[in-house]
Design a protein around this ligand. Structure first.
Ligand code: CA
Length: 227
């Protein structure tokens, strides 16, 4: 079943949208301000997020940017805007919204756009299996193997490995790693990254070759299967 998050502070609008999607068999969650929307987006996996541009606590632009920063393009976003706010529309699309719809609108129109956005997104969905050399991560079953041996990772180690697998051959700075895996934008001591890289190396590299995680002095780390 498709899951939708609606972030809209105008209760009559949010309940009208909720009702429409529920009648179509969707599972719907509603948040009435931007911060609640952000917490919901972090805690659940949605197939689509519909958000109003003008929201208390955290506006639609900021909310959309946050979601994009955390999930890249994993979830499509449709922005609701007021009539005649062209600048807002541009800002919304810049912030990473996939589409927008101007209030007032007919549910049928929103629904058609929602279905299109979900379809577009599903066809772009990345593969669930990542690999390099003889290491494989299956994100469906959340399992990792190297040379056929099952490797137990903690949640942080798993996310760290996933980040490397999604960015093979790219040098990742400690700050980038902290931001993506620990979700912090300030420097909480980049030593944390080194410590976790060490844990991960002990599990996936120590007893195997070739080594996959390489230190780039003064820059960060890179995952590649050549020396
Ligand atoms: Ca509003």
């Amino acid at each position: 079943m498709n899951k939708i998050l609606i972030v809209e502070d105008e209760r009559n609008v949010s309940s009208f949208i909720r009702k429409g999607f529920e009648e179509q068999g969707f599972s719907v969650m509603v948040a009435y301000d931007g911060m609640c929307g952000w917490y919901a987006a972090k805690a659940h996996k949605f197939d689509l997020i519909i958000m109003d541009l003008m929201l208390p606590e955290l506006n639609g632009i900021e909310l959309c940017k946050r979601i994009r920063k955390k999930y890249d393009y994993e979830v499509p976003v449709i922005m609701l805007t007021a009539l005649g706010s062209t600048d807002d529309v541009i800002n919304g699309l810049d912030a990473g919204a996939d589409d927008y719809i101007t209030k007032p609108f007919h549910f049928k129109e929103l629904y058609a756009r929602a279905i299109a956005a979900i379809r577009r997104h599903k066809s772009l969905e990345p593969e669930k299996i990542y690999s390099i050399a003889d290491l494989e991560l299956n994100d469906e079953t959340k399992t990792v193997t190297r040379a056929g041996n099952k490797i137990q990772l903690t949640a942080k180690e798993y996310h760290l490995l996933m980040l490397f697998l999604q960015n093979q051959k790219k040098v990742l700075s400690r700050e980038q790693i902290l931001e993506k895996v620990w979700d912090v934008e300030f420097d909480m001591g980049t030593n944390t990254v080194d410590v976790y890289i060490n844990y991960l190396r002990n599990k996936i590299d120590k007893n195997y070759s070739p080594k996959l995680i390489h230190t780039v002095i003064g820059m960060g780390y890179v995952m590649k299967d050549e020396e």
